[in-house]
Design a protein around this ligand. Structure first.
Ligand code: ACO
Length: 431
């Protein structure tokens, strides 16, 4: 971080206060206002963090205007093409891609931690069968701190590492358990001879009554979904994980908080909402009518899977997801898939429409990921669980970075108080 520029705040009476301007390696500079309150007695006001950097980070970089996404400096397109998900996990956690022995060791460690404590199966059984799998996941991931309390000292780097490995290794098992429980099928134990993603698909779809044969094209597609969702700098759920962790809360509790935040339809729930929207539109002939509703501010209808707080250009993940969508549908002989055709028609019309052009609204990663997941046999209610599985590595990498940062402090935003000024209590019989 460099600090050789200054910003000056000038008041109406001509008084001024200076603040350092910090520069990163790429991207916008930031005005360091940490001393603002001390110097001026004022806070800044930025609900929704439209112009506020909450931390410095070396993990992920997004240029929303250009549609660029880098993990540790590497473009997402190169990682999606040349790496598998566990290589990307290693990169996000350690800052560098693994060499062959490092990769082997990392894959071994993750593979050998995929089983969950057997008592967890009884914990799952406490939920109603028809509970939303995300409700089950929030609860069971939070409960991991009750099962793995030998690695909860957040000031011990070895404990932090063990917790990170456990989370990355066990999330697929727990997501698959949430699905199986909901389906009323027996849990399927992990198999150490399979890759991370092939093992997950087997735990999801195998049944004891017959052999399960994975399809490499579909495994690769899901692995790519994991890569594309692995991290996305300081989004709502990651900020939630950081804020929860800033109090010293244990990593399992923090990741459970991240999962809870991700569940919202404006964030990780959008792929489910996008697919439901396509189902509702039903047919390409209805696209015009639907777009008109989206543009009518009184309708409350949004084009789900479109728009992003940071991307004001095509989300690079959406491009890759669209490509994956083609591959999966071709591999399954579904090239005439009704919803995929509808999505393409909808995207084309929206991209040419003034409403979307003026507001720089482009497809985001969720626009196509629902179609891919549906083709893989994953039900819509599981989409956000899949996202949680993939994002766990990003959350834990960001949490680790925060704890190891010598400047780390408890997160404590300020406010503009707009309520009743001081007043005296009136006894109940006089109110
Ligand atoms: N459909 C229609 N209009 C939209 C959409 C949309 N999907 N997204 C934004 N707009 C409009 C807003 O109404 C607003 O119009 P106005 O200026 O006339 O009032 C303008 O575009 C700016 O939108 P904001 O809501 O201010 O943008 P913000 O950055 O706050 O919201 C968000 C971003 C939440 C992603 C929004 O675009 C949205 O709700 N999209 C649909 C849900 C979605 O796909 N979420 C997934 C995000 S990606 C992820 O989490 C992995």
């Amino acid at each position: 971080m460099s600090a050789n520029k200054k910003a000056t705040l000038t008041y109406a009476d001509g008084k001024t206060t200076e603040f350092p301007v910090l520069g990163g390696s790429i991207g916008p500079d930031v005005i360091d206002i940490r001393t603002l309150y001390g110097k001026t007695g004022m806070f800044t006001y930025d609900p929704g963090f439209l112009s506020t950097a909450s931390c410095s980070s070396k993990i992920t970089y997004i240029d929303g205007d250009e549609g660029v996404l880098l993990y540790r400096g590497y473009p997402i397109e190169q990682l999606a093409q040349h790496c598998d998900f566990l290589e990307v996990c290693y990169l996000l956690l350690n800052g560098e891609l693994p060499n062959a022995p490092q990769n082997k060791n990392f894959v071994d460690v993750i593979t050998r931690h995929t089983m969950v404590h057997d008592q967890m199966t009884r914990f799952f059984q406490g939920f109603r069968r028809d509970a939303h799998p995300m409700a089950v996941l929030v609860g069971t991931v939070g409960a991991m701190s009750a099962f793995y309390h030998d690695s909860l000292d957040i000031n011990n780097p070895e404990h932090r590492k063990v917790s990170a490995m456990r989370l990355i290794a066990k999330l697929p098992t727990m997501v698959a358990m949430a699905y199986k429980y909901n389906m009323g099928q027996p849990f399927v134990y992990p198999r150490n001879d399979l890759s991370y993603t092939a093992n997950f698909m087997r735990m999801m779809f195998a049944v004891p009554a017959e052999d399960y044969k994975g399809n490499p094209v579909l495994v690769r597609a899901l692995d790519r979904i994991f890569i594309l969702h692995a991290d996305h700098e300081q989004n709502a759920s990651t900020s939630t994980v950081r804020l929860s962790g800033s109090s010293g809360a244990n990593p399992f509790a923090c990741i459970a908080a991240g999962i809870a935040c991700l569940w919202g339809p404006a964030h990780g729930g959008a792929n489910e909402a996008a697919l439901n929207m396509l189902e509702q539109i039903g047919d390409a002939s209805k696209v015009g009518e639907f777009i008109a509703k989206v543009k009518d501010k009184n309708s409350g209808v949004k084009l789900m899977g479109f728009g992003h707080r940071v991307y004001k250009n095509y989300d690079p993940r959406a491009k890759l997801m669209r490509e994956t969508c083609h591959e999966v549908l071709n591999a399954l002989g579904l090239h005439n898939d009704r919803l995929f055709k509808l999505a393409i028609a909808l995207e084309k019309i929206a991209l040419e429409d003034d409403y979307f052009v003026q507001r720089k609204l482009y497809p985001n990663v969720d626009f196509y990921s629902g179609i891919v997941q549906r083709a893989l046999g994953i039900p819509t209610s599981m989409f956000t669980c899949i996202f949680s599985l993939a994002r766990t590595v990003g959350w834990i990498a960001q949490w680790q970075e925060m704890i190891a940062d010598p400047e780390y402090k408890i997160g404590r935003p300020r406010q503009l108080y707009d309520g009743a000024p001081r007043r005296d209590l009136v006894p109940m019989d006089k109110r």
